[in-house]
Design a protein around this ligand. Structure first.
Ligand SMILES: Cc1cc2nc3c(=O)[nH]c(=O)nc-3n(C[C@H](O)[C@H](O)[C@H](O)COP(=O)(O)OP(=O)(O)OC[C@H]3O[C@@H](n4cnc5c(N)ncnc54)[C@H](O)[C@@H]3O)c2cc1C
Ligand SMILES: *[C@@H]1O[C@H](CO)[C@@H](O)[C@H](O)[C@H]1NC(C)=O
Ligand SMILES: *[C@@H]1O[C@H](CO)[C@@H](O)[C@H](O)[C@H]1NC(C)=O
Ligand SMILES: *[C@@H]1O[C@H](CO)[C@@H](O)[C@H](O)[C@H]1NC(C)=O
Ligand SMILES: *[C@@H]1O[C@H](CO)[C@@H](O)[C@H](O)[C@H]1NC(C)=O
Ligand SMILES: *[C@@H]1O[C@H](CO)[C@@H](O)[C@H](O)[C@H]1NC(C)=O
Ligand SMILES: *[C@@H]1O[C@H](CO)[C@@H](O)[C@H](O)[C@H]1NC(C)=O
Ligand SMILES: *[C@@H]1O[C@H](CO)[C@@H](O)[C@H](O)[C@H]1NC(C)=O
Length: 515
């Protein structure tokens, strides 16, 4: 399909080029102060198309695949896309950025399109889609591998496992490596090896002015610091070198529970005890719970789903899971499976509803050390009340996550722009989900705010902490990038050096959403 589109467009380029034969107008300072009034999609195709590699694809609003290539996970407040370019080679990206700058057109890097941010409607311009850049090359010696900027979690998990390796990725099969990784990146191997960002060794980056830099401890180390946590603000990663690790076990054990709501308090007591403020066993890599409707169990009350994933065989996990058996679930599902199957088996696989694009998701989050059971009950009751009032919102989920934390805490807090190394043991978010329908937005935004307020009331001892990759855009900047004043100062100083005109300001930027 992709190559057919390209063939059509190639014909199109040929025609356009022979008719117009125009060159883009490059401004002397690289940034025009105005957008040419005649800069249509056709103009861009005719001018930029011939400068790109053969494999590249340019897709305009009239192309059959437009809906597919502009489809995003988040349907609320979508960016305005003029044109989609899928660069065929990493070298095309600087060309696209320079062209966009010369013509004063904004650009947005999109990989798997799972940005949750609610503030992307400000964007108007060219989408640079990374989907054709998915090469993975394991380096000799097996300590690191090179990944292109369009690689994503399930692909990376599968490919490395095939060769006997694992790496820190996100937990969900469908998200990109760099979307999470540039903001830290939580996943099932963080307890052992740290965040995705902790494992980054080298980045090939296209900066705002279209120049290309190699970023590592030896080259632009300040930028490496910034891109490990605030990376979305600084450049396009065309490829990256990441640490990989020999796999230690062949199979993982998973156990999924479904409980009715009368068990809520007992569940959170057991989870708090199990997690013991971040000292749970590293091998219980990830457990998470969800308030969700399961109509086969109840059409009026959400159930509580809880899933555990253990690195190793069932016998090792058994004693930790016994308390959760005793609570009395409605159902248990479990198994020992090769690691790459874990996302599918635990509700975070490519075919699971959590990965499905095209729905509105009104998102609010919190991070905390210990679950406040009173607050979790209030949030649960509010869920039922809201779905009763507005049944169209019955796909909403409230998700409570607990990763093992040892590998993250082992890192030095000041060593990267990820500010929360020792600041939470649990992440939680509400995602009020529905088929696009603006009439529901206000109701959903209020529900989201109320849930967030309940989380805040439940944790009066801590300042609000927001993971950048779950952020909406209305959070105070310090709550996303860190409260120590030197953090935002350092980021701002690097921003003025590497992106003075704010080309990378469309993903919960350090400048705020107005910037
Ligand atoms: C279903 C789901 C599951 C999730 N699971 C996890 C998880 O397990 N762990 C976790 O930490 N987070 C998780 N998140 C949050 C996730 O980190 C963000 O949503 C992330 O932005 C998704 O990346 P993407 O490539 O899918 O999305 P995109 O929308 O394609 O990218 C998001 C942003 O990342 C930047 N970006 C992407 N690729 C590049 C690149 N190559 N170079 C420069 N910038 C780039 C751009 O600024 C872009 O706007 C999840 C989100 C969802 C919706
Ligand atoms: C667009 O306008 C510029 C002048 O602003 C002109 O030089 C250029 O040829 C025009 N391009 C097209 C494709 O019409
Ligand atoms: C777009 O098309 C590709 C190839 O047919 C398919 O794999 C993918 O799921 C589609 N994406 C969306 C969002 O529909
Ligand atoms: C949990 O640990 C953190 C530091 O790691 C600490 O700030 C917090 O007070 C601890 N909470 C409890 C309930 O022990
Ligand atoms: C949501 O409501 C619709 C319409 O009543 C129903 O078909 C669907 O099964 C419900 N979904 C959930 C998750 O409860
Ligand atoms: C209810 O449906 C879910 C899928 O939505 C399934 O996983 C679960 O096993 C079912 N539970 C029962 C008790 O039928
Ligand atoms: C939700 O809270 C934000 C502050 O974070 C506020 O700006 C917004 O107006 C609130 N929305 C609603 C619908 O209450
Ligand atoms: C838990 O939350 C409630 C409000 O829901 C609050 O009154 C209480 O102080 C919180 N407990 C702790 C230990 O913070």
């Amino acid at each position: 399909m992709i190559s057919r589109v390209f063939t059509l467009l190639a014909i199109c380029f040929a025609l356009m080029v022979s008719i117009v034969n125009s060159k883009p107008i490059y401004c002397l300072n690289g940034n025009c102060l105005y957008t040419r009034s005649n800069l249509t999609t056709e103009t861009i195709i005719s001018e930029l198309g011939p400068q790109l590699s053969q494999r590249s694809v340019i897709i305009g609003p009239n192309d059959a695949s437009w809906a597919n290539v502009t489809s995003r996970y988040q349907a609320y407040n979508q960016p305005h896309i003029l044109l989609v370019i899928q660069p065929g080679r990493e070298e095309d990206i600087p060309t696209i950025v320079k062209y966009a700058n010369s013509n004063s057109v904004d650009f947005l890097t999109v990989n798997r399109g799972h940005s949750l941010s609610g503030s992307n409607g400000r964007f108007n311009g060219i989408q640079i889609s990374m989907q054709l850049l998915t090469d993975i090359t394991i380096n000799k010696g097996g300590k690191t591998a090179w990944f292109q900027g369009g690689t994503y979690d399930q692909q990376v998990i599968d490919e490395l496992f095939k060769h006997g390796y694992v790496a820190t990725t996100g937990s969900c099969a469908c998200v990109g490596m760099m979307g999470p990784g540039l903001g830290g990146g939580h996943g099932r191997y963080q307890g052992k090896y740290g965040l995705i960002s902790d494992n980054l060794v080298t980045l090939n980056v296209v900066l705002a002015d279209g120049s290309t830099v190699r970023v590592s401890e030896d080259s632009h180390p300040d930028l490496l610091w910034a891109m490990k946590g605030a990376g979305h603000n600084f450049g396009i990663v065309t490829s990256f070198e990441l640490k990989i690790h020999p796999k230690q076990v062949d199979t993982w054990y998973y156990r999924n529970y479904v409980y009715t709501q009368d068990k809520l308090e007992t569940i959170f007591q057991a989870i708090n005890k199990f997690h013991n403020n971040g000292t749970e066993p590293v091998d219980m890599a990830y457990e998470y719970g969800v308030y969700t409707m399961m109509p086969n169990i109840s059409t009026t009350e959400a159930v509580i789903f809880w899933s555990f994933a253990w690195s190793g065989s069932q016998s090792g996990a058994q004693k930790y899971l016994m308390p959760f058996d005793k609570i009395g679930p409605v159902s248990i599902e479990d198994g020992n499976v090769p690691y790459p199957e874990i996302p599918d088996r635990t509700g975070s696989g490519l075919n699971d509803v959590v990965c499905e694009p095209g729905f509105e998701h009104i998102v609010g989050q919190t991070e905390t050390f210990v679950w406040n059971i009173t607050a979790q009950r209030k949030i649960y009751d509010l869920y039922n009340e809201k779905v009763r009032a507005q049944p169209l919102l019955n796909s909403t989920v409230v998700t409570m996550e607990g990763y093992s934390t040892e590998g993250v805490k082992a890192g030095e807090s000041s060593s990267s722009a990820f500010p929360w190394r020792n600041s939470y043991n649990h992440l939680a978010f509400i995602s009020i989900s529905y088929a696009p329908n603006p009439a529901l937005d206000q109701f959903a935004l209020e529900w989201r705010n109320e849930t967030r307020a309940l989380w805040r009331e439940g944790d009066p001892g801590h300042l609000p902490t927001n993971y950048v990759n779950y952020a909406w855009g209305d959070e105070p900047l310090e709550s996303v990038y860190g409260y120590e004043p030197w953090r935002l100062e350092k980021l701002r100083s690097l921003k003025s050096r590497y992106d003075p005109s704010g080309r990378f300001n469309y993903y919960n930027p350090i400048t705020g959403v107005q910037g």
